[in-house]
Ligand binder design. Structure first.
Ligand SMILES: Cc1cc2nc3c(=O)[nH]c(=O)nc-3n(C[C@H](O)[C@H](O)[C@H](O)COP(=O)(O)OP(=O)(O)OC[C@H]3O[C@@H](n4cnc5c(N)ncnc54)[C@H](O)[C@@H]3O)c2cc1C
Length: 426
């Protein structure tokens, strides 16, 4: 996703609130990063999976942080982290604002570490988490399939145990950064005689092993962030199961919830690509665009600029409120879904307004002078990634508001006896 890095000039710190210990940590971080990390370049893509140099630079950046004892601030010490508080993380984020952080490793921080802390074995945590923190491994999520991503628990990639090895066969799709990732968290069906939510297992899979074919997909907008994988007898050792065999539903639920929480908070890797959530960022793009098009004095253009700025503020406030509430335990984790939905809905409205302002030049990509994430193509991708807006509404109504669940026909029927398109006629 080509979200871009935002400016830092109005960046203020909260150092007046530091305790002695936090102050010492702040100074250590400040001193270590100075001169060692690449600068934050405004407008540079936050992630660009076609830019191999940027991906490698991000790995090096992560290594620098690791060497300086600044990687995984809240991750427990026994797994290579610092075991510090959220407040230390904020302090780090403030000090890291002048620099580009390793945003291509976002899955490691936002999704895989929470999944590992919740479900992985002690050996898995000790082996893999340090490599997530030191830049050695970039992780991918292999969940969606060509047959559908919303009904995740209807997936058909299968894993069969032969001797002391699992063999995986099937296909995954829409894997962000699949080609450049080292390891994938892959959900597969291990027992089709169980109902569809039950016979699933989560595997740790080497992305570059025999039997695994990873193909980048070119989207209609020309980007190649996503991949499709074909798995032909991909061998996975028994110790690479995360959680219980046939217990993949629980692991995947943590994965999805972590993704929703991360989307609502801002994709976080020690510091987000946007300003710290203490501040509201006023977008300059609509003002610039109205001026460049000579529309700044017209009533409609002024209304649009005002509404876009208000929407942006609303997005930031909802994310702040949700993020802080979830972290403090005053709001349930399901609030992440509410913030994700608000983010995509408000972003979509802002994009429609910017497109109206831009006229014909705003139809396909970002409006001239606008941020890439305000292009219509991006906005619609945001309504899909991490679960579509419709699925988010289902999740919010069922899990957050406690409304009756959507009917799940066949929920107790063994997966291999479910009627599908393939079995309809038989
Ligand atoms: C930016 C981005 C990044 C992504 N990264 C990854 C990744 O790294 N790894 C990965 O595995 N996947 C990834 N995905 C894929 C994403 O998870 C899926 O696209 C998504 O879950 C939807 O699945 P689908 O595209 O197969 O659509 P479908 O599931 O086929 O849905 C089609 C339409 O039907 C609607 N629909 C389906 N079921 C219901 C229902 N029960 N109630 C109401 N409406 C319904 C959906 O909302 C949608 O509008 C990414 C997608 C995007 C856009």
């Amino acid at each position: 996703m080509n979200l871009t890095v935002s400016a830092t000039e109005n960046h203020v710190t909260t150092e007046d609130r530091d305790t002695e210990d936090e102050r010492a940590f702040r100074l250590k971080a400040r001193e270590w990063m100075h001169g060692k990390l690449p600068p934050r370049i405004v407008g540079q893509p936050f992630m660009d999976w076609e830019d191999k140099d940027l991906i490698e630079a991000d790995r090096r950046t992560q290594r620098v942080l690791w060497d300086g004892g600044l990687a995984g601030i809240t991750v427990p010490k026994e797994y290579g982290g610092l075991g510090l508080t959220r407040r230390h993380e904020t302090v780090f984020g403030e000090e890291a604002m002048p620099y580009r952080l390793a945003w291509h490793l976002g899955n490691n921080y936002n999704i895989v570490i929470p999944v590992f802390l919740g479900h992985a074995s002690e050996e898995q945590k000790r082996h893999y988490i340090p490599k997530m923190l030191n830049g050695e491994h970039i992780w991918a999520q292999m969940t969606s399939e060509p047959s559908g991503g919303s009904d995740l628990f209807g997936l058909i990639t299968r894993a069969e145990k032969r001797g002391d090895t699992w063999f995986l066969n099937g296909s995954k799709i829409w894997t962000t950064g699949g080609e450049d990732s080292d390891i994938g968290l892959c959900l597969a069906r291990t027992d089709p005689s169980l109902p569809k939510h039950q016979g699933l297992t989560m595997f740790i899979v080497d992305m570059h092993q025999p039997g695994m074919t990873v193909r980048p997909l070119t989207l209609v907008n020309g980007t190649r962030d996503f991949c499709q994988e074909f798995l032909d007898d991909v061998e996975v050792p028994l110790e690479n199961v995360v959680g219980e065999v046939n217990g993949g539903w629980a692991v995947a639920s943590t994965q999805l919830a972590s993704e929703r929480a991360a989307t609502s908070r801002g994709w976080f890797i020690g510091a987000g690509a946007s300003l710290p959530r203490e501040q509201i960022e006023i977008p300059t793009a609509p003002v610039k665009l109205a001026q460049e098009l000579g529309l700044a004095e017209t009533q409609r253009a002024r209304q649009i600029v005002g509404e876009v700025i208000a929407l942006q503020a609303l997005r930031e406030l909802v994310a702040q409120r949700a993020g802080k509430g979830i972290d403090a335990g005053t709001l349930p984790p399901t609030t992440g879904g509410v913030a994700s939905l608000a983010n995509s809905t408000l972003n979509q409205r802002a994009s429609e307004l910017m497109t109206e302002l831009a006229g014909p030049c705003g139809v396909t990509g970002p409006a001239e002078g606008g941020e890439p994430e305000q292009g219509i193509d991006r906005v619609w991708l945001f309504r899909i990634g991490g679960g579509t807006a419709e699925m988010l509404r289902n999740t919010i109504s069922e899990r957050h508001l406690g409304l009756p669940r959507e009917p799940l026909p066949g929920k107790d029927v063994p997966f291999n006896q479910l009627r599908t398109n393939a079995t309809q006629g038989s």
